[in-house]
Design a protein around this ligand. Structure first.
Ligand SMILES: Nc1ncnc2c1ncn2[C@@H]1O[C@H](COP(=O)(O)OP(=O)(O)OP(=O)(O)O)[C@@H](O)[C@H]1O
Ligand SMILES: [Mg+2]
Length: 245
């Protein structure tokens, strides 16, 4: 479904991504892992179109995304949930997701802002809040909520755009292990319902538990790929992690 073909990103002499190729199959929950500075976020930005690769190509459903602006990629089905979460604090949780659901129907931000009849979007938003298990705080303002809820709100907002492929950059960061386990279970449930997900994460316990397949990068290069437990037993992968911890 998504193909990463010999991607290299050179930041003025530093190869953040060095000739990486892999493909993503329909219905997968794929973990993209590697030590700090490995090039994971840069690779994700190449997929979303905010970083232009020095060479290589990315294609979605066999159509080449090279040169396509980020908003066209979102329209083609690439969805993201970013590392830094920023909900609109003046809106309630439900309004935040309703607004995002409205976005998926109109490309004009202002039209969606001033639309009066939002019954359908509101129902969609409520369903999403149920899916990510935060419907109990639907009428709260995000600023009053703990991080675990904010992360789920961010996930619901990303899902509201109905992405064919959801890219998550460290969704578990900042959560304690029991919260991380619960959010991972939600991601697993979404995937079992058919949501395609690429998960960038440092929480290897959860990654190994929920992902079907891993791609490991270190220093910009792909150093491992395959079934999680097998990949984590690969001496090259072990050295990459141990060597820098
Ligand atoms: N805009 C930029 N200009 C120059 N160098 C950059 C830029 N963005 C990232 N880098 C460098 O590219 C390398 C890869 O960074 P990247 O953020 O992709 O790593 P990462 O795997 O996401 O790391 P982390 O796990 O810490 O988030 C690092 O050496 C980083 O310093
Ligand atoms: Mg990163």
């Amino acid at each position: 479904m998504l193909t990463i073909n010999n991607i290299t990103v050179d930041f003025g002499g530093v190869k953040a991504v060095d000739n990486v190729s892999f493909s993503f199959q329909d219905r997968e929950l794929l973990g993209l892992i590697g030590p700090n500075g490995a090039g994971k976020t840069t690779l994700m930005k190449v997929i979303t179109g905010t970083v232009k690769p020095t060479s290589g190509s990315v294609s979605l459903d066999k159509s080449n995304l090279n040169g396509k602006a980020p908003y066209l990629r979102i329209r083609a089905g690439i969805g993201i949930s970013q590392q830094i979460v920023h909900p609109v604090n003046s809106m309630t949780v439900l309004e935040n997701v309703t607004f995002a659901a409205g976005h998926s129907k109109t490309d004009q931000v202002f039209l969606s802002l001033f639309k009066t009849n939002r019954a359908i979007e509101k129902e969609e938003a409520l369903n999403l809040l149920k899916m990510v298990e935060i419907e109990d705080v639907a009428d709260e303002k995000p600023e009053n909520l703990p991080l675990g809820y904010i992360k789920r709100l961010e996930l619901a907002r990303a899902l509201a755009l109905k992405p064919k492929l959801l890219l998550l950059d460290e969704p578990l960061a900042g959560l304690n292990q029991s919260e991380a386990e619960r959010l991972s279970n939600t991601l697993l449930k979404l995937n079992q319902q058919g949501q395609n997900i690429i998960l960038i994460e440092h929480n290897l316990t959860e990654v190994v538990r929920i992902c079907q397949r891993l791609v490991v990068i270190d220093n910009g290069k792909k150093i491992g790929e395959g079934e999680p437990k097998t990949v984590m037993n690969n001496p090259v992968v072990r050295t990459a992690y141990l060597g820098r911890s």
